[in-house]
Design a binder for this molecule. Structure first.
Ligand code: KG4
Ligand code: ZN
Length: 361
């Protein structure tokens, strides 16, 4: 490898949900990570409102681009390739990022890479911990997804995973709510603000995780036969709702910290058990955790503990890189360039339900 400044400068744009992210990466180094969030505009609705998110992206795009260039001390003319999340995510939100990326690619005369949001959550880790462990099992847990993936090539392989036989293969996923969604809904039940994950995390620190024995979805022998590495969190959410309602009906106070801790334990117990089982059964020695819920303090500790007990290593990016950002898209784009993948066509669509196996669109 040559001097750092010889390596291509990759711009990454992320707009799949409520964060407008612009990142700049050169080789394996993070130069800038500018994020504008519309989360506060959604708070009173208790969830992300797609139309509001799209408009916010439109307003934030240019200022966030400028901020990223300033942070990195570069101009757009220094950029060698443009990467953008083309899916999965909210259709209207994705369109804003894809349109901006196309305009930049055309204007600068540089290649465009439309990439998968989930693979980007995996690729981002190399900015902090160096080259990715491949193969690895990725546990991606966010407001929109909960998946276990086998990653042998984060770029999806030669054809970007187009034919489904590539480097990112799903082992399991949630069959109903995503883990982050469960955190957000339970937080609401407990009167905590949106997004609920960080509030539950904080409340749980002074609560008892064995106060209520909440159900562990899809862990019975019978469920494991069909759903060994799948998740289900909607039964858990309902169980918490019933428990809270019963308390309120009886006119008794709800011990928010204990319920938060017991709920969080149920989620983390299932996630970590299945992730470690998946790694062991696939003969893979590394687990990589990503997505907003990876910021959860209990999830980090329990994953580390259970993986270590089975001889499996764990890598978790710092919280700022776990939540949605542009750096993760730039990181995956940089891998595409480095591994010589062909760029996307300029008629690249935004695909709200892009399958996880399609890493490069
Ligand atoms: O990856 P992300 O920023 O956006 C999506 O793609 O969804 O994840 C956001 C989700 C929200 O549901 C939020 O409540 C959750 O991540 N989250 C957490 C924590 N921090 C964020 N969940 C549990 N514990 C946390 N500390
Ligand atoms: Zn995400």
């Amino acid at each position: 490898m040559g001097r750092m400044s010889d390596e291509p400068l990759v711009l990454g744009i992320e707009t799949s949900c409520d964060e407008t992210g612009v990142g700049l990466v050169r080789g394996g180094s993070l130069l800038a990570d500018a994020v504008a969030s519309s989360v506060e505009e959604h708070a009173r609705f208790g969830g992300v409102v797609p139309e509001v998110a799209s408009r916010a992206h439109l307003e934030a795009m240019v200022p966030t681009l400028e901020r990223a260039c300033e942070q990195a001390g570069v101009t757009l003319h220094d950029v060698d390739a443009v990467a953008v999340t083309s899916g999965p995510g909210l259709a209207g939100a994705l369109l804003v990022g894809v349109a901006a990326a196309k305009a930049l690619a055309v204007g600068l005369g540089k290649p465009l890479y439309g990439v998968n949001h989930l693979a980007a959550h995996v690729a981002v880790d190399q900015l902090e911990h160096g080259p990715l462990p491949e193969p690895c099992v990725a546990m991606l847990v966010s407001g929109g997804h909960s998946s276990l993936l086998r990653v042998t090539d984060v770029t999806g392989g030669e054809d970007g995973g187009e034919d489904g036989g590539g480097g990112v293969v799903p082992l399991g996923a949630t069959i109903d709510d995503a883990a982050g969604e469960a955190f957000d809904k339970v937080a609401r039940l407990l009167g905590l603000p949106f997004p609920g994950g960080p509030h539950i995390d904080r409340a749980a620190r002074s609560g008892s995780s064995v106060y209520v024995d909440f159900p562990r979805g899809l862990t019975s022998q019978r469920d494991l036969e069909r759903h060994r590495f799948d998740f289900s969190f909607s039964g858990l959410k309902t169980a918490v709702a019933r428990w809270v309602e019963a308390r309120e009906r009886a006119g008794e106070p709800v011990p928010v910290q204990d319920v938060a801790a017991s709920f969080q334990e149920a989620v983390c117990d299932v996630l970590t058990r299945k992730a470690v089982d998946a790694a062991v059964s696939e003969g893979i020695g590394d687990i990589l955790v990503g997505g907003g819920v990876a910021a959860n303090s209990r999830l980090r500790v329990l994953t580390e503990e259970r993986a270590a007990a089975r001889g499996v290593r764990v890598r978790v990016p710092r919280p700022g890189l776990c939540t949605d950002n542009g750096a993760m898209v730039a990181a995956l784009g940089a891998e595409m360039v480095q591994r010589g993948r062909r760029p996307s066509a300029l008629d690249l669509p935004a695909d709200s339900s892009l399958p996880v196996t399609s890493v490069l669109a």
